[in-house]
Ligand binder design. Sequence first.
Ligand SMILES: [Zn+2]
Ligand SMILES: [Zn+2]
Length: 134
Amino acid sequence: MQVITSPEEIKNMKSRDFIEFKCEYCNNSFKRIKKIYSEVLTGKSSQTLQYCSHECSSKSKINQIKCNCKECNKELIRNYSGFINFTNHFCNHSCAAKFGNRNKTTGYRRSKLELSLEAKLKDKYQFYKIFFLK
Ligand SMILES: [Zn+2]
Ligand SMILES: [Zn+2]
């Protein structure tokens, strides 16, 4: 859920005061009373404060895509925009870091190999050049 109201403001609010949220589907802001917000945070309420309406909530589910964590293969749910913006998906930051670290080294090896291939090709090219010039 995306809370627009600042944490300091929320702290000073009474349970009947309205907190402003941003709908994760249509980006419109909507308000819910603080009581519901604290119930959601403590798990007392099964409501989600991610969407302004049931319509947005159900529409967002259509756009949800199942994928797997690239590192530990755990099943993940991503919304469509989050899915297309990233090629690799991770369940948490530590999985992303592990994957990133490993691929930095292979990337380095690959580029080293490419460099040596390039050098060999250049040698060949020079060889042909000399051959044709003669
Ligand atoms: Zn909405
Ligand atoms: Zn993972």
